[in-house]
Design a protein around this ligand. Sequence first.
Ligand code: SAM
Length: 318
Amino acid sequence: MSKFSEQPSQDAADDHVHEAAMRPLAPGLYLVATPIGNLEDITLRALRVLKSADRIACEDTRQTQKLLNYYGITTLTVSMHEHNEAERAVQLVDALKNGGRIAVVSDAGMPGISDPGTHLAQAAIAAGVPVYSVPGANAALNALVASGLDTQRFLFEGFLPAKMNARLTRLQALHASLTEPLTLVLYEAPHRIVETLADVAAVWGAGCRIVLARELTKLHEEFLRGTVDEVSGQLRERDRIRGEMVLLIEAQPASPDNAHLRSPLLERIAELEKTEGLKEMDALKHIARERGVSKSELYRELQRSSRPGGRSSGAKRP
Ligand code: SAM
């Protein structure tokens, strides 16, 4: 093992914690995971790296300073966020090429996962600089393992587009792309979660199983488990929906024998027409009430679902 290597051999593992603490930090770029709520969720190695690095590139220096203060770390910080990552990367790679040791952290969790860090890692690799990941907390994986949903196959999508139409289109594209069931893992903001769940119901049906993991590792951590309808119902009963959240969806692929009815909205309309004898517009009103969304929102969804070769909508704009 080289004096400067960050990777000990398995045989040396027992002695490594002690040895590592004594060794100077090897030159290179360190992507360091930080807590997603509970300040204890940081590894001994992460603390050593943050302490020994020449500089810490932070998404928000004030946010990181709280963590550094808590652990008595005095390393200098420099800001690196989505708006300056490209130019900052040039400066930091210069320092790295001269043997620098740079740590990168985001506000919480793994840098590079729905956070800055990837561009700098790519630039460092292109410059031939060693890049190390220092593992730790990540909201998606922590939500997944405790969700009770399938962990064997999962797809991390991060944030969906914020705009309503683009969000639904993205979910429809994901649905159409699946060939096997898997757990879809999304980050979502509390003020959008109810709308997003309506879109999930539109794509996978109101009976699709989901888990909403809120405030992981924090005082008010909770897991809401159930169908989309059940979880939406629970959220609607609250005065305010708050906190950070991960949404996990038991996502089924579109079934090939009813591909022309891929939209659950069209399926539900057809069902209401058949069982209740409703006209299309009345069925739309009924479904809007069921889902707690506006008729015009549903109408837009209906227009998007009515494709050539599929069913055409005779509904007039409400
Ligand atoms: N890099 C981070 C990671 O590794 O998880 C994710 C950063 S992303 C900008 C922030 C989003 O992650 C939040 O909006 C929320 O969806 C999710 N998140 C972060 N912390 C969380 C927590 N404690 N509980 C639930 N979700 C969390």
